[in-house]
Design a binder for this molecule. Structure first.
Ligand SMILES: *Cc1c(COP(=O)(O)O)cnc(C)c1O
Length: 434
């Protein structure tokens, strides 16, 4: 697989380069130069394949020139070692549960696959790979658990003190081994600024091999295509062929992967991008004007993004043809009030507890189905409800099942280094602690 930059289609880099750089120097995003069409026989018989087989088929179509197939198979099965079930709520309504991985959020797919790809491309005796990541919650846990125990890698996570949920903090601070957590006395933006400054610092770069694990890495995007194909296979088994996906969207990596799957040959006619009031994309699709705004805090806080970083990828997939894009992607945004009401409605109708991000995707699906009653709808559940306990009414909160992974965390010792927001403090830590 060779990749270009969305800012420069004449660029051509190999897969390892794109993975370790994360972003081209021109600040575009890496995209495969050639998007292959999956074999029609595979698509026609997809209902006969397991998640692991589907993932291997999709990944090998893209990456067969970059990784020997038997190695690719091992990476996939080690990374995607949990299920992505589609649960039927009623004959037209299905929820794709993407929270059965170790951090209880869909980011496990991307983070686990990327960590193993990075470890694979690290040559023996090469400098340890130092992954720096700033997190406002879900990313840090997925990256930490993705790299935990992966040879020749070390992860430093910066999170804002008092601004992540209890379970999120446990996921960041109880790992030990090659995972280090730093509790910054500041905001998420402070954390991000420190990481950015570290990447630009000559002395740090001379001593350490730094890399970023953020969501724009192409090795995070690719594994997210797997579950779209796998969900389609599950619906096909139910006799449903006309399917729409509703995706709770913030940075638009998840739905970007869905649209990459579409370009690879997934036979889906419609995607819905559901957002909270951070509605840059819905406004764009309505007005044709792309205007980013500072992010606003909402209940669905993993989607509080005013300038979605993966949007350029989606435009690139559609060759910047907005009319063609609008044939395939619709978008709608919802307020916190609507989100909370949806959480209650989903529970009343189906006895199902959805996290706030998931509830927004359900709202957008139901709005779509008003005019498309015959279409089976799948809304993506991006996180387990237990990660956001404070949002639920008390009676529902009491009913949220706490998964075994969380119970195991609660007895572990929390370890984090407290730090102020000065770059010198962070730099000293990196130079002296390892
Ligand atoms: C990250 C995240 C999202 C947003 O996904 P994008 O790929 O950034 O659009 C939605 N829900 C949850 C729970 C998340 O952690």
């Amino acid at each position: 697989m060779k990749l270009y930059s969305t800012n420069n289609h004449n660029l051509s880099v190999d897969f390892p380069t794109a993975v370790f750089n994360s972003m081209p120097l021109d600040k575009g995003l890496y995209m495969p130069i050639h998007i292959p069409q999956l074999d029609q026989k595979f698509i026609d018989n997809i209902d006969q394949y397991s998640l692991s087989e589907i993932a291997f088929n999709v990944a090998s179509a893209l990456m067969k020139d970059s990784i020997p197939l038997e190695d690719l198979k091992k990476i996939i099965d080690d990374a995607i070692n949990f299920e992505a079930p589609v649960v039927e709520l009623d004959a037209e309504t299905y929820v794709l549960e993407l929270f059965h991985g170790p951090s209880l959020a869909f980011k496990d797919f991307g983070a686990r696959f990327m960590s193993r790809i990075m470890a694979y491309f690290l040559k023996e005796n090469e400098k340890t790979l130092d992954v720096l990541v700033a997190t406002s919650g879900d990313t840090g846990g997925a990256v930490a658990l993705g790299f935990l125990g992966v040879d020749n890698t070390r992860v430093t996570i910066l999170y804002p003190k008092g601004k992540v949920s209890e379970i999120q903090e446990l996921q960041l601070c109880t790992n030990g081994q090659n995972i280090h957590a730093i509790e910054i006395d500041g905001t998420f933006d402070d954390c991000q600024a420190l990481v950015k400054q570290a990447f630009a610092d000559d002395e740090l770069n001379a001593k350490l091999r730094l890399t970023s694990a953020n969501s724009i890495n192409i090795a995070r995007l690719i594994p997210q295509t797997f579950y779209y194909f796998n969900a389609y296979a599950q619906l096909k088994r139910q006799g449903k062929a006309d399917v729409v996906f509703s995706v709770p969207s913030g940075n638009f990596g998840n739905i970007g992967a869905g649209l990459l799957a579409y370009k690879l040959g997934l036979p889906i006619k419609q995607f819905i991008a559901a957002t909270n009031v951070n509605d840059t994309v819905p406004r764009f699709l309505q007005t044709g004007i792309y205007e980013t705004r500072p992010s606003v805090q909402t209940y669905a806080n993993a989607m509080d993004v005013g300038a979605p970083s993966n949007w350029v990828r989606i435009m690139d997939l559609f060759k910047n043809d907005t009319a063609a894009l609008k044939q395939v992607v619709q978008s709608a945004s919802y307020t916190d009030e609507q989100t909370l009401q949806a959480i209650k409605d989903i529970y009343a109708q189906y006895s199902y507890i959805a996290c706030p991000h998931t509830a927004i995707a359900w709202l957008a699906l139901k709005a779509y189905q008003q005019d498309h009653k015959e279409v089976a709808g799948v809304f993506l559940s991006t996180a387990h409800a237990c990660k956001f306990p404070d949002i639920f009414p008390e009676d529902m909160k009491a009913k949220i099942e706490i998964p075994a992974q969380v119970k195991a965390l609660e007895v572990k010792e929390k370890k984090a280094t407290a730090m102020d927001t000065h770059f010198e403090s962070f730099k000293n830590y990196l130079l002296t602690s390892y």
